[in-house]
Design a protein. Structure first.
Length: 464
């Protein structure tokens, strides 16, 4: 986020620009935070990619910290969607030292679910109750704000717990703000889940999330024009009109489409240039008709794909590994080692190239590679061939300890054909997940084990 001037809430100019047209949504969040001392609240932000969900969470976090509230944050990752209670672990990890004050049954259930201790398989209700009690104890000392981003990628077991907690916040000094796409992971009232599905996770029928649902529609034309002029003040008027039409009110598109237009203009100028010939400045190019005909999500993906193709193969391969991994495998040290194994350009040159592209950067404090937008990750996997995806998963598996469940999941994704040894390993991991209380995730893993089984009896046994 940029610096410069600030708005009335103390947000930097670039940050405030991202929130153009979201005054109504910010008002709901502001009211929830203002009333946290007397009543808890749950807010659910629903919108398509690029509509400002993460920016609103960022504004809420900044406001909460200025008010002295404690903030717990989770960001869903597709790579962890098959790990039971992985998202819950992100939220509660800072509070685990306080779990000693829980009743022993609740403490055992919670610590077993989060992998801190071995024990009897916890029931979903017991884990949810323990999570709520732990949050209540922590909030009694200092009000809590729980931020849940990209909830559509959270594991089903965690989503069930989050839903339970949201339904019991009214009497607690806790505000939960979740951000999700219009469709996402669906979890039933009993904690069972069907995995990613084309259903709205906020509907009552799913028994999942609970709270005030705030929609993030496309910006109105005046708001879109204001945002575009703020972000790209020098854009020619003709290009501005074309960008407004193609962006269809999507804030991210308004930010990124002008870069595509500039790229088209540069390509045209280069193709027209010849030695000894003076070149008049080319007219602003029309956005390709095919591009404008695409659904907006694909349109944005195409923008990132063009920039990804401009990277070297080594840089793109490394970004693909990062896109398929999680935070631990996006650390600068891990990426440096992977670059060395590839025997290509050294990491520092790849890092410079990646940062120049604007697609990702390494956080200087955390030393983690962070993508500019989740759609960059989606574009990477869309561009990759099946062989490239398998190779990336194999690299990730090799980078993880042999006892790490994530290693097994990456090995399964890298497998081609059948593999009795890997099927048995997946079977064992599925049993372990079920013992941890992650029945939904265990079912998915057992199905993969069945697919890898070379003989019919083993396949059948793992499917029943």
């Amino acid at each position: 986020m940029g610096g410069g001037s600030t708005d009335e809430n103390g947000l930097g100019g670039a940050f405030a620009a991202e929130l153009t047209g979201r005054d109504a949504q910010r008002a709901v969040i502001d009211a929830a935070l203002a009333g946290i001392a007397t009543t808890g609240a749950s807010v659910i932000l629903c919108g398509d990619p690029g509509t400002g969900r993460t920016a609103l969470l960022g504004a809420a976090e900044a406001q909460a910290r200025r008010a002295g509230l404690r903030v717990l944050r989770m960001t869903g990752a597709e790579a962890e969607s098959g790990l039971p209670f992985a998202a819950l672990h992100q939220v509660l990890w800072p509070l685990l030292d306080e779990a000693e004050g829980l009743p022993e049954p609740q403490r055992c259930a919670l610590e077993s679910a989060l992998g801190v201790r071995e024990g009897v398989p916890p029931q979903g209700f017991a884990v949810a109750g323990a999570a709520l009690t732990l949050l209540a104890h922590a909030a009694a000392r200092r009000p809590l704000v729980v931020l849940l981003d990209d909830l559509q990628w959270a594991d089903p077991s965690s989503v069930a717990v989050f839903g339970y907690v949201q339904r019991h916040l009214a009497a607690l000094p806790v505000v939960a703000i979740a951000a999700t796409r219009r469709t996402g992971t669906v979890t039933g009232p009993d904690g069972a889940a069907a995995g990613p599905a084309e259903h709205d996770v906020t509907t009552a029928e799913t028994g999942c999330l609970a709270g005030e649902v705030i929609d993030l529609p496309p910006l109105e034309v005046p708001q879109a024009e204001q945002l575009l002029r703020t972000l790209h003040p020098s854009l020619p008027e003709g290009v501005r009109r074309r960008v407004l039409r193609a962006a269809a009110g999507n804030p991210l598109a308004l930010h990124e489409l002008p870069e595509q237009v500039r790229g088209l203009a540069a390509d045209r100028a280069e193709s027209l240039a010849s030695p000894g010939r003076s070149l008049e400045p080319p007219e602003p190019p029309e956005l390709p008709e095919l591009f404008e005909a695409l659904p907006l999500g694909e349109r944005l993906g195409r923008l990132y794909e063009d920039r990804l193709r401009a990277l070297s193969e080594a840089a793109r391969d490394l970004l693909l590994v990062a896109a398929l991994g999680d935070a631990s495998t996006r650390h600068r040290t891990v990426l440096r080692n992977l670059a060395a194994q590839a025997a290509g350009p050294p990491w520092h040159r790849l890092e410079e190239q990646i940062e120049r592209s604007g697609l990702a950067h390494v956080d200087p404090e955390l030393e983690l590679l962070e993508f500019h937008h989740p759609l960059v990750r989606a574009s990477l996997t869309h561009l990759a061939s099946p062989a490239e995806l398998r190779a990336a998963h194999r690299l990730l598996a090799d980078a993880l300890p042999a006892t790490d469940t994530r290693r097994t999941l990456h090995l399964a994704a890298a497998a081609l054909g059948t593999d009795a040894e890997l099927a048995a390993l997946l079977h064992a991991e599925a049993d372990s997940m079920a013992a941890q209380g992650g029945d939904a995730e265990a079912t998915v893993l057992m199905a993969r084990a069945a697919a890898l089984s070379p003989d019919r009896p083993s396949r059948t046994a793992r499917l029943v």
